[in-house]
Design a binder for this molecule. Sequence first.
Ligand code: ADE
Length: 288
Amino acid sequence: MDRPVPVSRQARREGRTYSVVFDIVTIFPEFFSSILEHGLLKRACGAGLAEIRLHDLRDYTEDRHRTVDDRPFGGGPGMVFKPEPVFRAVDALKAETEGTSFPVILLSPQGRLLTQAVAQELARESRLALLCGRYEGVDERVAEHLATDEISIGDYVLSGGELAAAVVMESVTRLIPGALGNEESSEQDSFALRETATAPDAHGLPAQAGLLDFPQYTRPAEFNGWKVPEVLLSGNHEEIRQWRRRRALEKTWRKRPELLDKTPLSPVDRTMLEEIKRAACEPAAQMK
Ligand code: ADE
């Protein structure tokens, strides 16, 4: 059953209403049915926080066979998306809201990398057009003269932009206040870079900004002989907070050390990090 999606009290007090319309241009509109029927996107759409509009690229063709692709000039394997249907599709979207512009994003492995900062940037928009490429590529004139942005979800090649569009929609929608049902949680995500005033921690920094998440545990307190760290059962909130910060720093240092260069660290964090590094050099030493 669908739970109602609460908009945070603060957002309501400030009269902020956030929502985003995604216009997806694709030759596989049915690809998106599963994400529209489950989870966050379904809930956000149900609550009016997001709207996903699917546009079949073939509806913008003008030939009997509804042709969207052709062989590449100069030869080579595979097929390339023709420019005309893509331009027609986007022109039709623009005509709906004449005078207001919106980003037109081509999903492609050549785009700028989708990071949390990019998702936050996109979450400020009220409408995003996402163009899903397919086959060997999309006529370059789309990237040059139609798309305002090109986004890649990683340095690997997918056979189409549909999965990438789904990733963009999920990462953007979960940043819309109320979409998670608990506004706090997206602010505590790994990589989340704080822009808004949220309660800073005792170090003067918001918890976990730019770091990987601290480890989470749930019941049972012991499983297969592996015990949950005792501090988490102590009920001592200050000790738990410090332990989490330390473990977030440790995890980030071990798994993604380059993130530490971009993360604002307090003097207390730096001391913790030194302790973590020192402890790692002592094989017998155990993290509390
Ligand atoms: N289309 C094909 N590969 C892609 C990628 N890595 N990111 C976005 N769109 C794509």
